[in-house]
Design a protein around this ligand. Structure first.
Ligand code: URA
Length: 435
Protein backbone atom coordinates (compact mmCIF):
# COMPACT_ATOMS: atom_id res chain seq x y z
CA UNK A 1 0.00 0.00 0.00
CA UNK A 2 1.33 3.48 -0.88
CA UNK A 3 0.36 6.74 0.81
CA UNK A 4 0.70 8.41 -2.63
CA UNK A 5 -2.22 6.30 -3.95
CA UNK A 6 -4.34 7.00 -0.87
CA UNK A 7 -3.86 10.76 -1.24
CA UNK A 8 -4.65 10.54 -4.96
CA UNK A 9 -7.83 8.52 -4.31
CA UNK A 10 -9.17 11.01 -1.76
CA UNK A 11 -8.14 13.92 -4.01
CA UNK A 12 -10.44 12.43 -6.70
CA UNK A 13 -13.25 12.30 -4.11
CA UNK A 14 -13.34 8.51 -3.75
CA UNK A 15 -14.01 6.58 -0.53
CA UNK A 16 -11.02 5.07 1.24
CA UNK A 17 -11.15 1.47 2.46
CA UNK A 18 -10.79 0.63 6.17
CA UNK A 19 -7.35 -0.86 5.43
CA UNK A 20 -6.18 2.36 3.75
CA UNK A 21 -7.35 4.51 6.67
CA UNK A 22 -5.73 2.21 9.27
CA UNK A 23 -2.48 2.22 7.24
CA UNK A 24 -2.52 6.04 7.12
CA UNK A 25 -2.99 6.34 10.92
CA UNK A 26 -0.51 3.69 12.02
CA UNK A 27 2.21 4.67 9.56
CA UNK A 28 1.81 8.37 10.45
CA UNK A 29 2.33 7.58 14.15
CA UNK A 30 5.29 5.32 13.33
CA UNK A 31 6.94 8.19 11.44
CA UNK A 32 6.81 6.40 8.07
CA UNK A 33 4.67 9.03 6.36
CA UNK A 34 6.09 12.52 5.78
CA UNK A 35 4.34 15.50 7.37
CA UNK A 36 3.62 16.98 3.91
CA UNK A 37 1.89 13.75 2.85
CA UNK A 38 -0.21 13.67 6.05
CA UNK A 39 -1.15 17.29 5.42
CA UNK A 40 -2.01 16.60 1.78
CA UNK A 41 -4.44 13.85 2.80
CA UNK A 42 -5.97 15.99 5.57
CA UNK A 43 -6.49 18.79 3.03
CA UNK A 44 -8.07 16.35 0.54
CA UNK A 45 -10.42 15.23 3.36
CA UNK A 46 -11.33 18.89 3.99
CA UNK A 47 -12.26 19.33 0.31
CA UNK A 48 -13.96 15.99 -0.35
CA UNK A 49 -15.25 14.91 3.08
CA UNK A 50 -15.62 11.42 4.48
CA UNK A 51 -18.52 8.98 4.67
CA UNK A 52 -19.83 7.91 8.11
CA UNK A 53 -17.92 4.62 7.75
CA UNK A 54 -14.66 6.35 6.85
CA UNK A 55 -15.00 8.80 9.77
CA UNK A 56 -15.73 5.97 12.23
CA UNK A 57 -12.78 3.92 11.00
CA UNK A 58 -10.47 6.96 11.21
CA UNK A 59 -11.63 7.72 14.77
CA UNK A 60 -11.22 4.17 16.05
CA UNK A 61 -7.77 3.88 14.44
CA UNK A 62 -6.75 7.18 16.11
CA UNK A 63 -8.18 6.03 19.48
CA UNK A 64 -6.19 2.81 19.21
CA UNK A 65 -2.96 4.55 18.14
CA UNK A 66 -1.70 4.81 21.75
CA UNK A 67 -2.68 4.07 25.36
CA UNK A 68 -6.32 3.44 26.22
CA UNK A 69 -7.80 3.72 29.70
CA UNK A 70 -9.26 0.49 31.08
CA UNK A 71 -12.19 1.35 33.36
CA UNK A 72 -13.40 -2.26 33.69
CA UNK A 73 -12.42 -2.35 37.40
CA UNK A 74 -14.91 0.41 38.13
CA UNK A 75 -18.07 -0.85 39.70
CA UNK A 76 -21.02 0.86 38.00
CA UNK A 77 -21.85 2.86 34.88
CA UNK A 78 -18.95 5.10 33.79
CA UNK A 79 -19.96 8.37 32.18
CA UNK A 80 -17.91 11.21 30.72
CA UNK A 81 -18.71 14.66 29.43
CA UNK A 82 -16.89 16.82 26.93
CA UNK A 83 -17.28 20.41 25.90
CA UNK A 84 -16.04 21.61 22.54
CA UNK A 85 -14.64 24.62 24.38
CA UNK A 86 -15.85 28.00 25.44
CA UNK A 87 -15.49 31.06 27.62
CA UNK A 88 -16.68 30.92 31.23
CA UNK A 89 -17.44 27.22 30.78
CA UNK A 90 -17.13 25.79 34.29
CA UNK A 91 -19.81 23.14 33.74
CA UNK A 92 -17.52 20.17 34.56
CA UNK A 93 -17.10 21.51 38.11
CA UNK A 94 -20.88 21.53 38.58
CA UNK A 95 -22.17 18.68 36.43
CA UNK A 96 -19.75 15.92 37.47
CA UNK A 97 -20.46 16.18 41.24
CA UNK A 98 -24.22 16.22 40.52
CA UNK A 99 -23.95 13.02 38.48
CA UNK A 100 -21.58 11.32 40.96
CA UNK A 101 -23.87 12.24 43.88
CA UNK A 102 -26.64 10.35 42.06
CA UNK A 103 -24.65 7.16 41.42
CA UNK A 104 -22.80 7.83 38.13
CA UNK A 105 -19.10 6.92 38.02
CA UNK A 106 -17.17 9.84 36.58
CA UNK A 107 -13.53 9.07 35.70
CA UNK A 108 -12.63 12.23 33.86
CA UNK A 109 -9.54 13.51 32.12
CA UNK A 110 -9.67 17.23 31.45
CA UNK A 111 -7.51 19.72 29.63
CA UNK A 112 -5.73 22.99 30.31
CA UNK A 113 -6.77 26.29 28.80
CA UNK A 114 -5.09 27.63 25.68
CA UNK A 115 -5.88 30.85 23.83
CA UNK A 116 -9.28 32.36 24.60
CA UNK A 117 -10.76 29.23 26.24
CA UNK A 118 -10.17 28.10 29.81
CA UNK A 119 -9.44 24.56 31.01
CA UNK A 120 -10.86 22.58 33.94
CA UNK A 121 -7.41 21.43 35.13
CA UNK A 122 -6.26 25.05 35.59
CA UNK A 123 -9.45 25.92 37.44
CA UNK A 124 -9.04 22.98 39.84
CA UNK A 125 -5.39 23.87 40.45
CA UNK A 126 -6.52 27.27 41.76
CA UNK A 127 -7.74 25.36 44.86
CA UNK A 128 -4.91 25.17 47.42
CA UNK A 129 -3.16 21.78 47.27
CA UNK A 130 -5.38 20.21 44.58
CA UNK A 131 -3.52 17.49 42.63
CA UNK A 132 -4.48 16.92 39.00
CA UNK A 133 -1.87 14.20 38.42
CA UNK A 134 -2.61 10.81 40.02
CA UNK A 135 -1.30 7.32 39.32
CA UNK A 136 -3.60 5.08 37.28
CA UNK A 137 -4.45 3.02 40.38
CA UNK A 138 -5.21 6.04 42.55
CA UNK A 139 -7.46 7.39 39.78
CA UNK A 140 -9.48 4.15 39.57
CA UNK A 141 -9.59 3.67 43.37
CA UNK A 142 -10.95 7.18 43.89
CA UNK A 143 -13.71 6.63 41.32
CA UNK A 144 -14.66 3.36 43.05
CA UNK A 145 -14.59 5.08 46.46
CA UNK A 146 -16.47 8.35 45.80
CA UNK A 147 -17.69 8.08 42.19
CA UNK A 148 -15.68 11.07 40.96
CA UNK A 149 -12.13 11.94 39.94
CA UNK A 150 -10.99 14.71 37.58
CA UNK A 151 -7.34 14.72 36.48
CA UNK A 152 -5.22 16.10 33.65
CA UNK A 153 -4.62 13.95 30.60
CA UNK A 154 -1.78 11.51 31.21
CA UNK A 155 -0.14 8.73 29.23
CA UNK A 156 0.08 8.62 25.48
CA UNK A 157 -3.61 8.92 24.64
CA UNK A 158 -4.43 9.13 20.90
CA UNK A 159 -0.94 10.14 19.66
CA UNK A 160 -2.29 10.19 16.08
CA UNK A 161 -4.52 13.09 17.13
CA UNK A 162 -1.56 14.99 18.64
CA UNK A 163 0.32 14.65 15.36
CA UNK A 164 -2.63 15.51 13.09
CA UNK A 165 -3.85 18.37 15.27
CA UNK A 166 -0.47 20.11 15.27
CA UNK A 167 -0.32 19.86 11.46
CA UNK A 168 -3.96 20.97 11.07
CA UNK A 169 -3.29 24.00 13.23
CA UNK A 170 -0.54 25.12 10.85
CA UNK A 171 -2.26 24.31 7.56
CA UNK A 172 -5.81 25.72 7.93
CA UNK A 173 -7.41 22.28 8.22
CA UNK A 174 -8.94 22.56 11.69
CA UNK A 175 -12.52 23.51 10.81
CA UNK A 176 -13.51 20.33 8.97
CA UNK A 177 -16.26 18.16 10.49
CA UNK A 178 -14.76 14.65 9.96
CA UNK A 179 -11.40 15.89 11.31
CA UNK A 180 -12.84 17.68 14.38
CA UNK A 181 -15.18 14.75 15.12
CA UNK A 182 -12.40 12.14 14.84
CA UNK A 183 -10.05 14.30 16.93
CA UNK A 184 -12.50 14.76 19.82
CA UNK A 185 -14.03 11.28 19.72
CA UNK A 186 -10.67 9.46 19.47
CA UNK A 187 -9.71 10.98 22.83
CA UNK A 188 -13.12 10.23 24.37
CA UNK A 189 -13.04 6.60 23.18
CA UNK A 190 -9.48 6.17 24.50
CA UNK A 191 -10.60 7.59 27.88
CA UNK A 192 -12.80 4.54 28.32
CA UNK A 193 -16.23 5.60 29.64
CA UNK A 194 -19.37 3.73 28.57
CA UNK A 195 -21.52 6.85 28.30
CA UNK A 196 -20.48 10.15 26.73
CA UNK A 197 -22.36 13.46 26.79
CA UNK A 198 -20.99 16.06 24.40
CA UNK A 199 -21.63 19.76 24.94
CA UNK A 200 -21.26 21.13 21.42
CA UNK A 201 -20.94 24.90 21.62
CA UNK A 202 -22.23 27.22 18.95
CA UNK A 203 -21.65 30.95 18.42
CA UNK A 204 -18.91 33.59 18.52
CA UNK A 205 -16.83 31.86 21.21
CA UNK A 206 -17.06 28.40 19.60
CA UNK A 207 -15.34 26.55 16.74
CA UNK A 208 -18.68 26.22 15.02
CA UNK A 209 -20.26 29.63 14.53
CA UNK A 210 -23.70 28.45 13.29
CA UNK A 211 -26.28 26.10 14.81
CA UNK A 212 -26.44 24.09 11.54
CA UNK A 213 -22.69 23.42 11.54
CA UNK A 214 -22.77 22.53 15.25
CA UNK A 215 -25.63 20.08 14.69
CA UNK A 216 -23.78 18.45 11.79
CA UNK A 217 -20.67 18.05 13.97
CA UNK A 218 -22.78 16.72 16.86
CA UNK A 219 -24.56 14.15 14.65
CA UNK A 220 -21.22 12.91 13.32
CA UNK A 221 -19.81 12.50 16.85
CA UNK A 222 -22.95 10.75 18.14
CA UNK A 223 -22.79 8.29 15.22
CA UNK A 224 -19.10 7.58 15.87
CA UNK A 225 -19.67 7.04 19.61
CA UNK A 226 -22.63 4.72 19.12
CA UNK A 227 -20.84 2.76 16.36
CA UNK A 228 -17.98 2.22 18.82
CA UNK A 229 -20.38 0.81 21.43
CA UNK A 230 -20.57 3.90 23.64
CA UNK A 231 -23.90 5.50 24.57
CA UNK A 232 -23.46 8.99 23.14
CA UNK A 233 -25.64 12.09 23.38
CA UNK A 234 -24.85 15.62 22.19
CA UNK A 235 -26.39 18.86 23.46
CA UNK A 236 -26.01 21.98 21.32
CA UNK A 237 -25.56 25.00 23.62
CA UNK A 238 -25.04 28.71 23.15
CA UNK A 239 -21.49 30.10 23.22
CA UNK A 240 -22.23 33.43 21.58
CA UNK A 241 -21.76 35.03 24.98
CA UNK A 242 -19.77 33.71 27.97
CA UNK A 243 -21.53 31.12 30.14
CA UNK A 244 -22.34 32.43 33.63
CA UNK A 245 -20.85 35.65 34.96
CA UNK A 246 -17.29 34.66 35.87
CA UNK A 247 -14.34 34.24 33.48
CA UNK A 248 -11.00 33.30 35.05
CA UNK A 249 -9.80 30.36 37.11
CA UNK A 250 -10.61 30.89 40.81
CA UNK A 251 -13.48 33.25 39.90
CA UNK A 252 -15.05 30.36 37.99
CA UNK A 253 -14.52 27.85 40.82
CA UNK A 254 -16.28 30.29 43.17
CA UNK A 255 -19.18 30.63 40.69
CA UNK A 256 -19.38 26.84 40.35
CA UNK A 257 -19.59 26.46 44.15
CA UNK A 258 -22.31 29.12 44.32
CA UNK A 259 -24.23 27.24 41.61
CA UNK A 260 -23.97 24.01 43.60
CA UNK A 261 -25.31 25.95 46.60
CA UNK A 262 -28.35 26.89 44.49
CA UNK A 263 -27.29 30.52 43.98
CA UNK A 264 -26.11 30.19 40.37
CA UNK A 265 -27.21 32.46 37.56
CA UNK A 266 -29.94 31.20 35.26
CA UNK A 267 -27.94 30.47 32.10
CA UNK A 268 -25.22 28.47 33.84
CA UNK A 269 -27.70 26.54 36.00
CA UNK A 270 -29.90 25.70 32.99
CA UNK A 271 -27.00 24.38 30.89
CA UNK A 272 -25.64 22.34 33.82
CA UNK A 273 -29.02 20.75 34.58
CA UNK A 274 -29.39 19.90 30.87
CA UNK A 275 -25.97 18.23 30.71
CA UNK A 276 -26.30 16.46 34.06
CA UNK A 277 -29.78 15.15 33.28
CA UNK A 278 -28.64 13.77 29.91
CA UNK A 279 -25.76 12.00 31.68
CA UNK A 280 -28.23 10.66 34.25
CA UNK A 281 -30.52 9.24 31.53
CA UNK A 282 -27.56 7.08 30.48
CA UNK A 283 -26.60 6.14 34.05
CA UNK A 284 -30.08 5.34 35.35
CA UNK A 285 -32.12 4.50 32.22
CA UNK A 286 -34.82 6.85 33.60
CA UNK A 287 -36.65 9.40 31.45
CA UNK A 288 -35.31 12.90 30.96
CA UNK A 289 -37.93 14.71 33.09
CA UNK A 290 -37.18 12.44 36.06
CA UNK A 291 -33.44 13.01 35.61
CA UNK A 292 -33.95 16.79 35.53
CA UNK A 293 -35.71 16.57 38.91
CA UNK A 294 -32.96 14.33 40.27
CA UNK A 295 -30.25 16.79 39.18
CA UNK A 296 -32.10 19.74 40.71
CA UNK A 297 -32.60 17.68 43.88
CA UNK A 298 -28.85 17.04 44.23
CA UNK A 299 -28.29 20.81 44.28
CA UNK A 300 -31.20 21.49 46.64
CA UNK A 301 -30.18 18.86 49.23
CA UNK A 302 -26.48 19.79 49.18
CA UNK A 303 -25.32 16.31 48.06
CA UNK A 304 -23.66 17.62 44.88
CA UNK A 305 -21.74 20.30 46.82
CA UNK A 306 -20.64 17.65 49.32
CA UNK A 307 -19.44 15.47 46.44
CA UNK A 308 -17.28 18.31 45.12
CA UNK A 309 -15.83 18.80 48.63
CA UNK A 310 -15.12 15.07 48.86
CA UNK A 311 -13.26 15.15 45.53
CA UNK A 312 -11.23 18.20 46.56
CA UNK A 313 -10.29 16.53 49.81
CA UNK A 314 -9.37 13.18 48.17
CA UNK A 315 -7.12 14.98 45.67
CA UNK A 316 -5.19 16.88 48.35
CA UNK A 317 -7.09 20.16 48.10
CA UNK A 318 -8.37 22.15 51.05
CA UNK A 319 -12.15 21.48 51.26
CA UNK A 320 -12.52 24.55 53.53
CA UNK A 321 -12.06 26.64 50.39
CA UNK A 322 -15.24 25.08 48.99
CA UNK A 323 -17.19 25.64 52.24
CA UNK A 324 -15.90 29.22 52.45
CA UNK A 325 -14.89 30.64 49.08
CA UNK A 326 -13.64 33.88 50.71
CA UNK A 327 -10.47 31.83 51.39
CA UNK A 328 -9.49 32.03 47.68
CA UNK A 329 -6.81 34.73 47.25
CA UNK A 330 -8.20 37.89 45.65
CA UNK A 331 -6.54 39.92 42.90
CA UNK A 332 -4.91 43.07 44.24
CA UNK A 333 -6.45 45.40 41.67
CA UNK A 334 -9.81 45.85 39.98
CA UNK A 335 -11.11 48.02 37.16
CA UNK A 336 -14.75 48.78 36.35
CA UNK A 337 -16.09 48.92 32.80
CA UNK A 338 -19.04 51.29 32.61
CA UNK A 339 -21.80 51.76 30.04
CA UNK A 340 -21.18 54.85 27.95
CA UNK A 341 -24.87 55.54 27.25
CA UNK A 342 -28.36 54.39 28.19
CA UNK A 343 -29.50 51.36 26.18
CA UNK A 344 -29.35 47.61 25.79
CA UNK A 345 -26.39 45.28 25.37
CA UNK A 346 -26.96 43.75 21.94
CA UNK A 347 -23.82 41.61 21.58
CA UNK A 348 -21.01 40.26 23.70
CA UNK A 349 -18.40 38.46 21.63
CA UNK A 350 -17.36 35.50 23.80
CA UNK A 351 -14.02 34.99 22.07
CA UNK A 352 -12.95 38.62 22.63
CA UNK A 353 -14.00 38.43 26.29
CA UNK A 354 -11.89 35.27 26.59
CA UNK A 355 -8.95 37.19 25.12
CA UNK A 356 -9.54 40.10 27.55
CA UNK A 357 -9.37 37.60 30.43
CA UNK A 358 -6.17 36.10 28.97
CA UNK A 359 -4.65 39.60 28.79
CA UNK A 360 -5.40 40.05 32.52
CA UNK A 361 -3.25 36.95 33.23
CA UNK A 362 -6.01 34.31 33.49
CA UNK A 363 -5.09 32.50 30.26
CA UNK A 364 -2.17 31.34 28.16
CA UNK A 365 -0.86 32.39 24.78
CA UNK A 366 1.63 29.53 24.81
CA UNK A 367 1.70 26.28 26.81
CA UNK A 368 4.58 27.67 28.93
CA UNK A 369 2.75 30.80 30.22
CA UNK A 370 2.19 30.92 34.01
CA UNK A 371 -1.36 31.72 35.11
CA UNK A 372 -2.57 34.31 37.59
CA UNK A 373 -5.36 32.27 39.21
CA UNK A 374 -7.23 35.24 40.70
CA UNK A 375 -7.25 37.30 37.48
CA UNK A 376 -10.34 37.49 35.31
CA UNK A 377 -13.67 39.16 34.71
CA UNK A 378 -17.01 39.30 36.51
CA UNK A 379 -19.84 40.29 34.15
CA UNK A 380 -22.55 42.44 35.71
CA UNK A 381 -24.71 42.65 32.57
CA UNK A 382 -25.08 40.44 29.49
CA UNK A 383 -26.66 40.49 26.05
CA UNK A 384 -30.30 41.61 26.27
CA UNK A 385 -29.85 43.51 29.57
CA UNK A 386 -30.87 47.17 29.89
CA UNK A 387 -28.10 49.41 31.22
CA UNK A 388 -27.94 53.06 32.25
CA UNK A 389 -25.08 55.40 31.37
CA UNK A 390 -22.31 55.03 33.97
CA UNK A 391 -23.58 51.64 35.21
CA UNK A 392 -20.88 48.99 35.74
CA UNK A 393 -21.20 46.21 33.16
CA UNK A 394 -18.10 44.27 34.21
CA UNK A 395 -15.26 44.30 36.73
CA UNK A 396 -11.80 43.25 35.61
CA UNK A 397 -9.37 41.71 38.15
CA UNK A 398 -5.57 41.45 37.94
CA UNK A 399 -2.49 41.48 40.14
CA UNK A 400 -0.65 43.57 37.57
CA UNK A 401 -2.39 46.94 37.09
CA UNK A 402 -0.66 47.60 33.77
CA UNK A 403 -2.79 44.84 32.20
CA UNK A 404 -6.03 46.82 32.47
CA UNK A 405 -5.35 49.05 29.46
CA UNK A 406 -5.18 46.33 26.79
CA UNK A 407 -7.75 44.10 28.53
CA UNK A 408 -10.35 46.87 28.87
CA UNK A 409 -9.82 47.86 25.23
CA UNK A 410 -10.44 44.24 24.14
CA UNK A 411 -13.47 44.00 26.44
CA UNK A 412 -14.97 47.18 24.97
CA UNK A 413 -14.47 45.80 21.44
CA UNK A 414 -16.48 42.73 22.50
CA UNK A 415 -19.59 44.58 23.62
CA UNK A 416 -22.22 46.15 21.33
CA UNK A 417 -24.95 48.57 22.47
CA UNK A 418 -28.37 49.34 20.99
CA UNK A 419 -31.08 51.83 21.89
CA UNK A 420 -33.74 49.18 21.09
CA UNK A 421 -34.58 46.17 23.25
CA UNK A 422 -32.80 42.97 22.22
CA UNK A 423 -34.17 39.44 22.41
CA UNK A 424 -32.18 36.96 24.49
CA UNK A 425 -30.89 33.99 22.49
CA UNK A 426 -31.77 30.38 23.32
CA UNK A 427 -29.37 28.57 25.66
CA UNK A 428 -30.07 25.03 24.47
CA UNK A 429 -30.71 24.54 20.76
CA UNK A 430 -31.17 20.79 20.50
CA UNK A 431 -30.29 17.37 21.91
CA UNK A 432 -29.02 14.73 19.51
CA UNK A 433 -29.32 11.04 20.36
CA UNK A 434 -29.27 7.88 18.34
CA UNK A 435 -32.26 7.69 15.99
N1 URA B 1 -10.97 20.07 19.87
C1 URA B 1 -10.25 18.97 19.57
O1 URA B 1 -9.85 18.22 20.47
N2 URA B 1 -9.99 18.71 18.28
C2 URA B 1 -10.41 19.49 17.24
O2 URA B 1 -10.15 19.18 16.11
C3 URA B 1 -11.14 20.65 17.58
C4 URA B 1 -11.41 20.90 18.91
Amino acid sequence: MRIYDIIHKKRKGEELTDEEIKFFVSESVNGNIKDYQITALLMAICFNGMSARETSTLTIAMAESGDTVDLSSIDGYTVDKHSTGGVGDKTTLIVTPIVAALGGKVAKMSGRGLGHTGGTVDKLESIEGFRTTLSGNDFLNQVNKIGLCVVGQSGDLAPADKKFYALRNDTATVDCIPLIASSIMSKKLAAGSKGIVLDVKTGSGAFMKSVEESEALAKTMVEIGNAAGRDTVAVITNMDIPLGNAVGNSLEVIEAVETLKGNGCEDLTTVCIELASNMLTLVTGKDKATCVEMAKGAIADGSALNKLKEMVSEQGGNPEWISDTSLFPKAEHSFEIKAESDGYICSMDAEKIGVASLLLGAGRNTKEDVLDFSAGIILKAKTGDKVAKGETIATLYANDETKFESASQKFNEAVGFSTDPVEKQPLIYSVIREK
